[in-house]
Structure formats: C-alpha cells, structure tokens
Ligand binder design. Structure first.
Ligand code: ARG
Length: 482
C-alpha cells in the first residue's frame, strides 16, 4: 500500500508531512506563522546553521561535501535576502523553515541533512540570543550618543544656575550642568542593564535539540566558539525554554524608556513660555496646521508616549512566560514581537533624544532669573544661623517668618537689608546679606556629589571616564561607537 503524500497533492507543504494525512488550511497557516515577525532573524539563522553544519562535518556526522554545499547555499540565500531578491512564503511558517526549504530547493539532498541533531527549539533560542547580543550592542552605542550629548551640555554651560525643584516647586538652586549629569548617571545605569542583558544572552543553546539533547556526537563548544558565545547552556531543557535574556533586554529597554520619558517631560516643560529655560531646535519641533505661532515639542512628546508601548512589551513578554511548563511551548513564538518592538522603540527614542539634546538652545538668563525667585536661599539663611549655634529647628522658624514677610510685601530674600535680618535674629553676622547670593548658594554645596562648580567639574571628569569605559566595552566586542 502506498501512503498518500499530502505535500504532493497541492496542499501546503510542511516539515512533518510523513505523520499527517491532511495539511493546514490557509487560515491555520496564517495564524500559526511567525514568518512576518521573525524573518528579520535571517542573518542570525544563517550564521547558526553554518556553524552547525561545519561542526556536523567535523564530527563526521554528515559528509564534508554536504556541509560545504550547505554553507555555499546559505551564503547565496543571505546575499539574495540582503539584496531584496528573496520572497518569503508564509506557507513556510517561520524564518527557519523558509531558509531551510529554499536551501533544499537550491542544493538538493545535502540541504536535507542540515537539520540533523537539531530542532527548531534550540535553533530559535540560538537565533534569539544572537539577536539579543547584537541589539544590546546597538542600543549601547545609541545610548552613548545621548550620554555624549549630556556631557556636551554640561561642558558648554558650566556656570549656568537654574532652579532645582522638589514637588515641582522651587527648592534650591543647582547648576544646569549638575541637572544634565543627573541624567548622565541615570543613563549610565541603563548601559549597565544592557551589558547585563548581553551577558545573559551570551550562552549557546544549540545542541539541546528538541528538549533532551541529541544522539549524535556533536561538539557544542566548537559551535559556541564559532558563533562567539562565551559559554554553553548546561541543561537542554533550560536551553530551549529560557527566555530570561529577552526579558532582561526588554526590561533594559523599558526602564531606559522611562528615563528618556522623564527627560522628555522636562524638555517639554522647559520649552513652554512659562518656563522658557530651553528652546528646541526647529529641526526637532513641529508647527500647527491652524495656529501659525505654534512650535510644538512633538518628538519629545512621542518619546514620552512611546514609553507606554515599551512597558506594555515587557508585560506582554512576562505574562507569555508565566504559565509555561518546561520545555518549549508554541506560546513562546509570541516572544519576538514585543522584544523587537521594545528594542526598536528604545533605539528610535534614543536617536530622537540625542538629536534634541545636541541641538538644544539653553536660555541661561531665564534659568538664572528663575533661580532668583522662590526664596531658594532660605535654607542657607537657616544654615547660617545653625552654624552660629541656633538649633536648626529654631533657625528654620526664624527664616520661615522672613519668607512670609517677603511674600506679603512682594520682596525677595535678596532685597532684605542687614538691619532687617538682624532684627529677625541678632545671630545674623554682619556679612549675612551675602549669604543669599545665588552663585554663593550653589558654591556652598561643596560636598561630594553636590552642585558646587568644583564638585560638578569633578563629576564631569568621572562622567567622561564612565563614557570611555563604554566605548572600550563596545570595542572589545567588535562594535563601534561613533
Ligand atoms: N517559530 C517558532 C518560534 O518562534 C520556532 C520554534 C518552533 N518549534 C516548534 N516545535 N514548533 O518559537
């Protein structure tokens, strides 16, 4: 009896036709496919397949001539995909099947030996790890642009004083450079998270096959070395079901976006007429179709808005994983879309923020004027009394009364005469009026990490070193940061 061969009967081709008497319909194909999303993994897939084929030949599992034909065939496919000359067919379900099917069409039987000792389960995990490593490098380079732009702003405006806020109420004056470096350190931590994501991805799952390992005498270390993995995943079940490295990467993107969103919010606020601290360059602003006078911070708003997507991506990925038994489950095919989206969103937002910062116009006069208001020298007046022996709580009370009086009379602390100060407390020294000088208030915060110009200059040196360490980290991994 000759069994029916559904693949030859005009139905959809599958890689498992031997076991089946019917083929998936058009809907099942579309619903089951990941090809539209995962086709961007073609380069990783081809690199993994070439390393696998070479190793199989070296181990005597497949003939050397077949491995050579596989490699040449795959390189031809790579060239065609990159030239836009490759048509992906949804009937192939995913990028792995699409490339393997095309390989066999091109080189015949040798192509059918490629999948020896391998499963799509360890194959997709390998592709995803190669992608995650590349994405972490690319994002680190883009993040570097933002960090360089922050250093540049701090360098170009070393003496500009602005109001520092708590509760978005004027609190104490700070250097604009200090404010920019606060974001620099925030983004230094984002870089550390990307490095962690890179390290988490840096282990080879290939060789785990479907879930339990393979009967062939493969050499996993050779494949790891060839693909540039630092180590081999030590448990085959874990290898095919672990997506933690993707969660790490997506978390790095999500928190990185939260930080860009906070910065975007300040750019939006500062570029209002009410603040007027900065002006976004025309190239990073948009107009209104009805109101001729408008200049809108659309790109900063978009970064803030897109942060919601990145947080959704992280949630989607974690929820996809939470109920899964070991080992591979088809649910995991849903991992790529949120990861790609988070990476793309973060990459675009980094580029936009770097563009806005490197062309930002800083309105130093408006910042300084803002720093003169809001009684921001009040803490220093209280500290002056406390340093002369008045218990701080009492000093606070004395200065609080001065602020109240000034507020009623529409005056500032700088307007107070020495006589008025000494009337409020005889402990005020003869040079007390100078205490409220706004530059002096800033310079007095001379503790490590404080906003005094000397401390900020110190920070700037440390920031340049942190930045150089990133460049070195990227260079050691063959990535350039320009
Ligand atoms: N397209 C699948 C994915 O992205 C590849 C792995 C499929 N494995 C399987 N046993 N069906 O997860």
């Amino acid at each position: 009896m000759t069994p029916e061969t559904p693949n030859s009967a005009g139905g959809a081709r599958t890689a498992w036709s031997g076991r089946f008497e019917a083929t998936p319909g058009e809907f099942q194909q579309r619903f089951g496919a990941s090809l539209p999303v995962d086709k961007r993994l073609y380069a990783e897939d081809i690199a993994g397949s070439i390393a696998h084929a070479r190793m199989l030949a070296k181990q005597g599992v497949i003939p050397l001539a077949d491995a050579e034909a596989i490699e040449a065939g795959l390189l031809g496919i790579l060239k065609d995909i990159e030239a836009g000359a490759f048509v992906f067919d949804i009937a192939d379900e995913d990028v792995h099947m699409a490339i393997e099917a095309e390989l066999t069409r091109r080189i015949g039987d040798a192509g059918k030996r490629l999948h020896t000792g391998r499963s799509r389960n360890d194959q997709v995990a390998t592709d995803a790890r190669l992608y995650a490593k590349r994405a972490a490098l690319e994002l680190t380079a883009l993040l570097g642009e933002v960090r360089v732009a922050l250093i540049g702003l701090a360098e170009r405006h070393p003496a500009v004083v602005m109001p520092g806020y708590t509760h978005l109420q004027k609190a104490q004056p700070v250097l604009f450079a200090h404010h920019m470096l606060a974001y620099f350190w925030m983004m230094t931590r984002d870089g550390e998270r990307l490095r962690h994501a890179y390290a988490a991805a840096d282990a080879l799952p290939l060789g785990s096959a479907a879930l339990a390992g393979t009967t062939f005498a493969i050499d996993r270390d050779a494949v790891a070395a060839e693909l540039g993995f630092a180590r081999v995943v030590p448990n085959s079940l874990d290898a095919v079901s672990d997506r933690d490295f993707l969660a790490d990467l997506t978390y790095a993107c999500a928190l990185g976006m939260v930080h860009l969103s906070r910065l975007a919010e300040e750019l939006i606020l500062w570029s209002t007429e009410e603040f007027g601290f900065v002006t976004l360059d025309d190239a990073w602003s948009t107009g209104s179709s009805i109101m001729p006078q408008k200049k809108n911070p659309d790109f900063a708003e978009l970064v803030r808005g897109k942060t919601g997507r990145a947080l959704g991506d992280l949630t989607a990925l974690l929820v996809t994983l939470k109920g899964l038994p070991l080992a591979y489950n088809k649910d995991m095919q849903e991992d790529k879309e949120p990861v790609f989206d988070a990476v793309d969103t973060y990459a675009g937002s980094l580029e936009a923020i770097a563009g806005m910062l490197s062309t930002l116009h800083v309105n130093a006069e408006r910042m300084r004027a803002g720093a003169l208001g809001g009684f921001m020298a009040a803490t220093d007046l209280a500290d002056h009394l406390a340093a002369r022996g008045v218990p701080f709580r009492e000093a606070h009370e004395v200065v609080g009364r001065l602020v109240l009086a000034c507020e009623r009379e529409g005056r500032t602390l700088q307007d107070l005469t020495l006589a008025e100060l000494q009337e409020a407390s005889p402990v005020f020294a003869d040079d007390a009026a100078g205490v409220v000088d706004i530059e002096a208030v800033v310079a007095r915060r001379d503790t490590f990490g404080g906003t005094a110009p000397a401390r900020v200059a110190e920070q700037l040196t440390a920031a340049r070193e942190a930045r150089a360490a990133d460049v070195a980290w990227l260079a050691a991994r063959g990535a350039v940061d320009d």
